[in-house]
Design a protein around this ligand. Structure first.
Ligand SMILES: NC(=O)c1ccc[n+]([C@@H]2O[C@H](COP(=O)([O-])OP(=O)(O)OC[C@H]3O[C@@H](n4cnc5c(N)ncnc54)[C@H](OP(=O)(O)O)[C@@H]3O)[C@@H](O)[C@H]2O)c1
Length: 244
């Protein structure tokens, strides 16, 4: 499946101000870049010690420093926002991921579009069919929980809360990521295992593009799209099949 390409902020006037939660990471900075390119006013949340990572974009956005699972921080940051883009990472202690998701779900203005990120490993309905490489990475990540830094189970809990929420959410499930110039809007499917996704690679800049585009794509409300780069071999072969 593919998101339509004719959506622009000018034909969806309801989207003016967006918050990026987790703005200082690699994905967060791309989210800001696309949101500014779309003409949105941007508020960003990141840990105080990470504000310096923002570089020149620091001057183009409003920054609310603090932990992303701090409800007071999120309440201030999302006030007046039409959309919230949340980088959900299985990192940190004290239910960081689920606390972040819960704060956004509870405190974003009613009716706001809420877009969250995760990896392919999150399943909504159990109908995903995983390649061995993804299974191996999940196994390794669960072992890493012993270090106290990675907590995949808490990200799973965060997503469970999103899936049962009545807010206008979308969870974008990213493939393996790489850096590089944009290839355009990724293609998507509802389930891992779809041949379309076989290449399992997306440019990080395009993961962010998909999330920002989802703000004004109502077809993605209450969906958990699994994405893949649009110029990858599996996406190109899917496009060739569709065109014949
Ligand atoms: N990496 C991949 O290959 C991959 C693949 C598929 C999907 N994804 C998904 O893509 C999204 C972004 O992942 P990414 O790997 O590209 O990372 P990223 O964008 O660089 O973001 C990492 C985030 O983790 C935060 N963080 C790091 N250490 C932390 C700590 N101790 N406590 C609290 N927060 C901490 C960072 O905040 P600071 O700036 O404050 O450190 C930053 O916001 C995630 O949702 C991930 O599940 C990633």
């Amino acid at each position: 499946m593919e998101a339509a390409s004719d959506r622009t902020p000018s034909n969806r006037p309801g989207m003016h101000k967006v918050c990026v939660v987790g703005v200082s990471g690699k994905l967060g900075r791309y989210l800001v870049q696309h949101a500014l390119d779309h003409g949105y006013e941007v508020v960003g949340v990141c840990r105080a010690e990470s504000v310096d990572k923002l570089g020149p974009i620091r001057d183009r956005i409003t920054v609310v420093p603090g932990a992303t699972n701090d409800r007071d921080v999120i309440q201030r940051a999302v006030a007046g926002c039409d959309g919230v883009l949340t980088v959900l990472v299985p990192i940190g202690r004290g239910h960081y991921s689920s606390g972040t998701a819960q704060a956004v779900l509870d405190l974003a203005p009613p009716g706001a579009r809420l877009i969250f990120s995760s990896g392919w490993h999150i399943t909504r309905d159990g109908h995903d069919v995983y390649p061995w490489k993804v299974k191996a990475l999940v196994f390794a990540a669960r072992l890493a929980k012993l270090t106290g830094r990675v907590n995949l189970d808490d990200q799973v809990e965060a997503c469970r809360r999103i899936f049962t929420s009545e807010t206008r959410w979308t969870l974008v499930r990213g493939s393996d990521l790489e850096e590089g110039e944009s290839q355009g809007l990724p293609l998507w499917s509802r389930h891992v295992g779809d041949p379309l996704l076989k290449s399992n690679i997306t440019r990080r800049i395009d993961f962010a593009l998909f999330m920002v585009d989802a703000l004004i794509n109502d077809e993605l409300v209450h969906e958990a799209p699994v994405i893949v780069g649009r110029k990858t071999p599996s996406a190109l072969s899917h496009a060739a099949t569709v065109n014949h």
